[in-house]
Design a protein around this ligand. Structure first.
Ligand code: SF4
Ligand code: SF4
Length: 188
């Protein structure tokens, strides 16, 4: 693998508009219920001051993807740029990947009896375009980034947020900028 692409989400910029969710649905014309990308509210109890803030998550294109490891029909592949692709034509809908993913990101579609997930808009990336969710995020809270040491050394860049599974399980390719402690106000 020559590099690892992933997402950087900034909770200070995110307004919880769900535009990224809608952009994903619009790009792939997916059914209403399986949500490849989802906006979650941060767990207020994990922070020293009450806050109402958000983070957005799709597949994390993990360095060590459990979905790929457990799939019995090799429906998952990992590209040289780190993107983890799921091929619905190979999928037999056994749901082993949905049980193995710590982030609950492969989504079972009961109508199609197959699993679906974010493929990081690899077709757009191959054309030099941003993923649909990133392009739609008006405040610039969601970015496509290369996961590497220089990103991890930047001030404020976190590998996880309170309440998320340990990144040691799959080494997810997502980074976070969390709320700034001491500046929080309740926004609802
Ligand atoms: S589009 Fe951007 S601001 Fe809106 S919910 Fe998604 S990440 Fe947050
Ligand atoms: S987030 Fe889940 S589905 Fe995506 S690569 Fe990691 S283990 Fe697989």
């Amino acid at each position: 693998m020559s590099k690892q692409l992933g997402f950087l989400h900034n909770s200070e910029k995110c307004v919880g508009c769900r535009g990224c969710e809608m952009a994903c649905k619009n790009e792939y014309q997916t059914d209403a219920t399986p949500q490849w990308r989802k906006v979650f509210q941060l767990n207020e109890d994990a922070f020293s001051l009450p806050t109402r803030m958000f983070f957005s998550m799709a597949c994390n294109h993990c360095a060590h993807p459990e979905c790929l490891r457990v799939c019995p029909v090799e429906a998952y592949t990992k590209r040289d740029d780190g993107i983890v692709i799921h091929d619905p034509n190979r999928c037999i809908g056994c749901r082993l990947c949905t049980m193995a993913c710590p982030y609950d990101r492969p989504q079972f579609n009961p109508a199609k009896k197959k699993v679906e997930k974010c493929n990081l808009c690899y077709q757009r990336i191959d054309k030099g375009e941003k993923p649909a969710c990133v392009a739609a995020c008006i405040p610039g809270a969601l970015e496509l980034v290369e996961i590497n040491d220089s990103l991890d050394q930047k001030t404020g860049v976190l590998k996880t947020l309170p309440g998320l599974p340990s990144p040691k399980i799959t080494t997810p390719s997502i980074r976070f900028i969390g709320p700034k402690q001491g500046k929080q106000i309740r926004r609802d």
